[in-house]
Design a protein around this ligand. Structure first.
Ligand SMILES: [Zn+2]
Length: 229
C-alpha cells in the first residue's frame, strides 16, 4: 500500500461533536446519588476502592427493566454482573467466558445465578422466524431450545413464559458442563448454580430449577406450563 493510500485511509471521518448538555440530567442524578450515599455512610466509596469481593455472579438480560443489583437491593461491590440479550451463558462467547473466568478464578464467587425474565424481547424474537442479522445470530441457542419443545402454531404468552424458563434451565445446564465450572468443582470450590426468573409485573424472583452443586446434578426441567415454582 502506498504512503498516499495510507494517508487517505487515516483521514478522519467527519464527526459532529456535541456536548453533554443533553445528558446533564444524568450527571445531576449521579451527583445526587453519590451525595446520598456518603450522607448515610461517609466511607461508602473509600471502602470500595481497591476491593471487590462479591459472593454472587449474576447472568441476566440486558433489558432496562431488570436492573440486577437493584432487584435484590445490593450495593456496589456486592454482586458481579454480566448481562446480554436473553441472559445466555455460552462457553464459546468470549465476553461471557472472560466474565465467568474472572468470577470463578479471581473473585471466587460462591453462587452463579442465571436470571431470565417474563416478557423478554429476546425470547419473543427467538419464537419468531429467524433473521439474518446480529440478533438472529445471537439468539440461535434460544431458538434451538424453542425448537426442541414445539408449541402451538401461534405461540401465546404461556409459551413465551415456558421458553423463558427453559432457556434459563438450558443456561444452567450449560454452566454445569462448562470447563471453568468443572475445574472449580474438581478443586472442591464451594460453587452453586441457580436458575431464576424475574416477573416485571410484580418485581419478584422465582426459582425455576433446583440449585446445582458439586456433583453437577439437580436440574429438573420446568414443567413447561409457564408457571414458575
Ligand atoms: Zn430480556
Amino acid at each position: 500500500m502506498s504512503v498516499r493510500g495510507n494517508r487517505a485511509a487515516e483521514k478522519p471521518a467527519t464527526v459532529t461533536r456535541g456536548d453533554d448538555n443533553d445528558l446533564a440530567d444524568l450527571f445531576a442524578r449521579n451527583q445526587a446519588w453519590a451525595k446520598s450515599k456518603t450522607l448515610v455512610d461517609p466511607s461508602f466509596f473509600s471502602r470500595l476502592v481497591g476491593q471487590q469481593r462479591p459472593s454472587y455472579f449474576w447472568i441476566g438480560c440486558s433489558d432496562s427493566r431488570v436492573p440486577a443489583t437493584e432487584i435484590v437491593n445490593l450495593d456496589p461491590g456486592e454482586m458481579f454482573v454480566h448481562r446480554n440479550v436473553a441472559n445466555l451463558a455460552m462457553e464459546n462467547d468470549p465476553n461471557f467466558a472472560a466474565a465467568l473466568q474472572f468470577a470463578i478464578e479471581a473473585l471466587h464467587v460462591q453462587h452463579i445465578i442465571v436470571v431470565g425474565h417474563y416478557g423478554c424481547g429476546g425470547i419473543q424474537a427467538a419464537m419468531a422466524p429467524a433473521t439474518a442479522d446480529a440478533i438472529g445470530d445471537w439468539l440461535a441457542p434460544v431458538r434451538a431450545v424453542h425448537h426442541a419443545h414445539p408449541c402451538k402454531a401461534a405461540p401465546d404468552q404461556a409459551d413465551a413464559n415456558a421458553l423463558c424458563e427453559r432457556n434459563v434451565v438450558a443456561q444452567v445446564e450449560a454452566l454445569a458442563a462448562n470447563r471453568l465450572v468443572r475445574t472449580a468443582w474438581a478443586a472442591k470450590a464451594a460453587l452453586t448454580l441457580h436458575g431464576w426468573v424475574y416477573a416485571i409485573s410484580d418485581g419478584l424472583l422465582r426459582a425455576v430449577c433446583e440449585p446445582v452443586h458439586q456433583d453437577g446434578r439437580g436440574v429438573p426441567p420446568p414443567d413447561g406450563t409457564g408457571r414458575a415454582r
